[in-house]
Ligand binder design. Structure first.
Ligand code: CDP
Ligand code: ZN
Length: 172
């Protein structure tokens, strides 16, 4: 088993819609960014890539590449999970904290967890999302933007091919 950690932060942008954890949050300014600015997904991606030593969101999906302009972060997450599974790992669980004066995360947390779980190939109980204010302190406290943190546990999948080969050779 291996653990990974991810962090992200984005400024608010009044002119963009808010999408966090793949869920639209009405009545909130959106997040600035080259992609859709989904800071929850970005932190989760970095945690996944970090757990498997597969680099970072910046090296895998460079924001200088026009292919990722306005990209749906859920697609980047799907791609990251594919990379992970290619390395014979699966996600065990993910825990996310959003640090924001607003919006309130609690009303959307369950839907975010369901959305993420689907892409991570884990049951919904394998994903936790929660919010905290920054007690009014600093740039987050002034409502200039928000930050996210994520940790993930991954596990090596059984090597089915090797197992079958060992049975066939009588070594099983
Ligand atoms: O009480 P304490 O200072 O530890 O926490 P808080 O930052 O005041 O947040 C209290 C509770 O509000 C959190 O535990 C969350 O359930 C909720 N919350 C949220 O859902 N979304 C936020 N952006 C901030 C807080
Ligand atoms: Zn981001």
């Amino acid at each position: 088993m291996r653990v990974g950690i991810g962090y992200d932060s984005h400024s608010f942008d009044q002119d963009r819609p808010m999408v966090l954890g793949g869920v639209a949050i009405p009545d909130s300014p959106g997040l600035e960014g080259h992609s859709d600015g989904d800071a929850v997904i970005h932190a989760v991606i970095d945690a996944i890539l970090g757990a498997a030593s597969l680099g970072s969101i910046g090296t895998r999906f460079p924001d200088t590449d026009p292919a990722y302009a306005g990209a749906d972060s859920l697609l980047l997450l799907e791609h990251s999970v594919r990379l992970l599974e290619t390395e014979n790992y699966q996600v065990v669980n993910v825990d996310v904290t959003v640090i924001a004066q607003s919006p309130l995360i609690a009303p959307y947390a369950e839907r975010m967890a369901e959305r993420l779980a689907e892409k991570l190939h884990v049951p919904a109980s394998g994903v936790s999302v929660k919010g905290k204010t920054n007690e009014g302190l600093g740039w987050i406290g002034r409502g200039e933007g928000l930050a996210t943190m994520a940790v993930v546990l991954i596990d090596q999948m059984p090597d089915i091919d090797a197992f079958l080969a060992s049975i066939r050779s009588g070594g099983g």
